[in-house]
Design a protein around this ligand. Structure first.
Ligand SMILES: NC(=O)c1ccc[n+]([C@@H]2O[C@H](COP(=O)([O-])OP(=O)(O)OC[C@H]3O[C@@H](n4cnc5c(N)ncnc54)[C@H](OP(=O)(O)O)[C@@H]3O)[C@@H](O)[C@H]2O)c1
Length: 327
């Protein structure tokens, strides 16, 4: 029987159990995929702890690459034997084989191997919608400064390179000098070690006192207030994650007082709502990677059965770039 990683209850990494599962035939609109590599993402931690609640028992994982084994009725864009990858709801990617909705699954270009595919779909599609579609009023122009937290992480290192390709001046924050050096090497125009430096003061210094047009904040609770301080009037706060805990309730009056600020709390899965939008975003990502403008760094590899260690490392801020789990 194929193996999968499930939780029976919410909690720490010790809840992640290797189990055997039966996987049937795909129904209408579904596909069965054999995974060759699965991606590790911070959202898996939110789902494991119960910050984001799913029905139990739950197989975690939102990203993988592999080969199509069978397609259900009505699935026209996939065929058995095809190499594919996805970032998708519902969770269930931490496994050898699964049946899932075909809508979010796309063909993986020949030049992209399975590990890279599994390391880039959720994180790369996130950067695609953040930098291309989640822009401040008036858009982003070459030379504009943007502030991007956790710039040496999985999403962060892709963002550094993508922003450079767009001609943006990305100011990246990270928690150590080594991580800052990595973000710089991968395309950040400026880096700030936010464990040592006051990032608000540094952003003001870098932007000549004006502040940035947009902040991409995935840290949440610990950075929210100071991130607002980095924005210029009419700037956009993109709060898209909660690595340090959820953002506490806010008063809308704060946004007025700081200069008619805009705030959005987006999620990738809104952008992946249709097969057409998923394919268009994936085509953009594949083009960025295929052309070499964005390189996917896999800095950690684990066996699927070692997933608890992978979660501990990600939570303890020990990782850089992407991590993959190998079934
Ligand atoms: N809304 C969406 O559509 C969407 C989609 C994908 C990802 N995300 C979010 O994007 C973020 C990055 O995801 P990822 O998978 O690429 O993870 P990651 O950036 O590789 O890892 C998270 C990083 O956050 C930083 N961090 C700051 N405070 C932390 C804390 N208290 N605990 C743990 N880490 C902390 C750490 O970097 P430093 O040591 O440098 O501080 C850590 O390495 C996550 O918040 C995730 O939820 C959101």
């Amino acid at each position: 029987m194929p193996k999968a990683i499930q939780i029976q209850q919410f909690g720490g990494p010790e809840q992640l159990q290797l189990v055997e599962v039966s996987v049937g035939e795909p129904g209408p609109g579904e596909v069965r995929i054999r995974h060759y590599a699965c991606g590790l993402n911070f959202i898996d931690i939110y789902q494991r702890t119960g910050l984001y609640q799913g029905a139990l028992p739950l197989t975690l994982g939102m990203e993988a690459a592999g080969v199509v084994e069978a397609v259900g009725e009505g699935v026209m864009h996939l065929r058995p034997g095809q190499r594919v990858a996805y970032a998708s709801q519902p969770p269930g990617a931490y496994c050898e084989v699964r049946v899932m909705p075909a809508r979010c699954v796309v063909e993986l270009p020949d030049g992209i191997d399975f590990e890279t595919g599994a390391a880039m779909m959720l994180k790369g599609l996130t950067v695609q919608y953040l930098l291309r579609k989640t822009q401040p009023q008036g858009g982003l122009q070459e030379g504009d400064h943007v502030l991007f937290h956790a710039a040496a992480g999985g999403v962060g290192l892709i963002a550094c390179q993508w922003a450079r390709a767009m001609g943006l001046q990305l100011i990246g924050t990270a928690g150590s000098d080594e991580k800052c050096a990595l973000a710089r090497e991968m395309g950040a125009a400026h880096v700030i070690n936010y464990n040592k430096e006051d990032f608000v003061a540094r952003v003001k210094e870098i932007t000549g006192g004006r502040g940035v047009k947009v902040v991409y904040d995935s840290i949440g609770k610990e950075t929210w207030e100071r991130s607002l301080e980095c924005l210029r009037p009419l700037g956009l706060m993109v709060s898209y994650g909660n690595a340090s805990g959820p953002v506490p309730p806010i008063s809308l009056a704060t946004l007025a007082a700081k200069g008619s600020l805009y705030v959005t709390r987006p999620t990738l899965f809104t952008h992946l709502a249709t097969r057409e939008s998923t394919q268009a975003m994936a085509d953009d990502l594949f083009d960025m990677v295929g052309s070499g403008r964005v390189k996917i760094r896999i800095d950690q590899r684990y066996r699927l059965a070692e997933v608890a260690q992978a979660h501990r490392d990600l939570e303890a801020r020990k990782t850089t770039g992407s991590s993959v789990l190998l079934p």
